[in-house]
Write a protein that binds this ligand. Structure first.
Ligand SMILES: [Fe+2]
Ligand SMILES: [Fe+2]
Length: 404
């Protein structure tokens, strides 16, 4: 059985199933392993891990520990309690109406970030005039229907990952800042910080940046330089303001002090840098990388919610869940009726009752004539169904985007 244990209960002879930390923070750990000596325990403690998952069939057990299913069920319940009754942002265009513009923005922004990174490699400074109009376009798209661009940006492949990740983080920052009611000036600067946050990665050699599999500690030390390098590079940009510099320098800080480069703790990290840390990890763990498949957004949110006990600001994590929804647009969900559908729009006031396009019957294993249902409405009025859980698209061989 997979069980969740406190770091205080860790012992030699236990089999680590999951270190319960985002793998972008500790890419040098083996994924699963038997603990053989105290040095391994010390390394785990040193990495700032507070709780982890063990496999009790492959190693020692802790009888009082909760199983992974119990932990997940309780987290899901807490997530639901945290976000229900809070309004989602108002949408002015439908997903389909926004999709065309969002598609153009995705490819233009990708090209822009690629150029910026190449310029930085050649020793050139980043010019704000190049980037600012793109932030404006992204903001317009987010204000119309944030689901469209965010859904498109989840699709990345290994060659364009670094660039599209920057665009994603910029877009998520804009959506997040807006959903917590920040002013337009701050939203703009946070978007700029998001799109530029990994500029320092331009100085990381490709073979380290795109290395499939685990990094050595030396390689990870090279990656860890990027916030400082990015800050130095952007400090040379004419007209740059405090907010993008702060986001660039501090997006890898963690509230328990386990982050880098400055091991800042709690409120010594600014709100915007804490928000950037959340969206950065969310985008990184939902993306498909060459060495692992990305998590479904709902699972990623649950993980971040779990980690928020130590690494993130719990209030901001809740605010982020309200921003993207527990079942973000584009998520494949199983309904009580046995139908499968894809979330196409969040409901204004209840994130558990979005609009769904149903298109598959899990009972008869056949495609259905696609139909839009509104879970906030009763049976006979276009609703009358309920989400049981989200499903992995691979499990059913369904590409949710095809139905949007
Ligand atoms: Fe980063
Ligand atoms: Fe990043």
């Amino acid at each position: 059985m997979i069980k969740n244990i406190d770091i205080a209960d860790i012992k030699i002879g236990m089999y680590v199933h999951d270190l319960n930390c985002d793998w972008t923070s500790h890419p040098f750990f083996r994924k699963r392993f038997l603990i053989k000596n105290d040095a391994e325990i010390a390394k785990i403690v040193e990495a700032g891990i507070h709780e982890l998952y063990i496999d009790t069939e492959k190693g020692l057990d802790v009888s009082h520990a909760r199983s992974v299913d119990e932990v997940n069920a309780s987290l899901q319940q807490q997530m639901i309690e945290a976000v229900t009754s809070k309004p989602a942002p108002i949408i002015t265009l439908s997903f389909a109406e926004e999709l065309g513009r969002a598609n153009r923005i995705k490819s233009q922004a990708h090209a822009l970030v690629k150029t910026v990174m190449q310029d930085v490699r050649l020793g050139r400074a980043v010019e704000l005039e190049q980037v600012e109009p793109m932030i404006e376009s992204i903001t317009e798209s987010v204000l119309s229907n944030s689901g469209a661009l965010l859904t498109l940006l989840r699709i990345k492949n290994k060659d364009d990952y670094t660039f599209l990740h920057s665009v994603s983080v910029g877009t998520l920052m804009i959506a997040f800042c807006r959903s917590v009611g920040m002013d337009m000036e701050t939203i703009h600067l946070a978007g700029l910080g998001g799109i530029l946050h990994d500029t320092g990665k331009a100085l990381v050699p490709d073979e380290v940046l795109n290395k499939p599999g685990r990094l050595t500690e030396e390689e990870f030390d090279i990656i860890k330089r990027h916030p400082r390098d990015g800050f130095d590079i952007l400090s040379r940009t004419e007209g740059i303001s405090e907010i993008p510099l702060d986001i660039t320098l501090h997006h890898h800080e963690r509230v328990d002090g386990s982050g880098y480069p400055h091991n800042l703790k709690g409120d010594t990290i600014s709100t915007l840098a804490k928000m950037a840390a959340i969206v950065d990890v969310y985008d990184a763990i939902t993306a498909d990388r060459c060495y692992h498949k990305g998590m479904a957004p709902t699972d990623a949110l649950r993980k971040i919610f779990e980690w928020s006990k130590y690494h993130f600001d719990p209030k901001l994590v809740q605010a982020f869940m309200r921003c993207v929804g527990i079942y973000p647009v584009g998520t494949l969900v199983l309904l009580e009726s046995g139908k499968l559908g894809v979330v196409i729009e969040q409901h204004d006031s209840n994130l558990l009752t979005p609009k769904i396009k149903v298109m598959f019957s899990s009972k008869s294993n056949t495609y259905l004539q696609p139909e839009i249902i509104d879970l906030s409405r009763p049976l006979g009025f276009g609703g009358g169904d309920k989400i049981v859980r989200h499903e992995a698209p691979e499990k059913w061989g369904i590409n949710p985007l095809r139905f949007m």
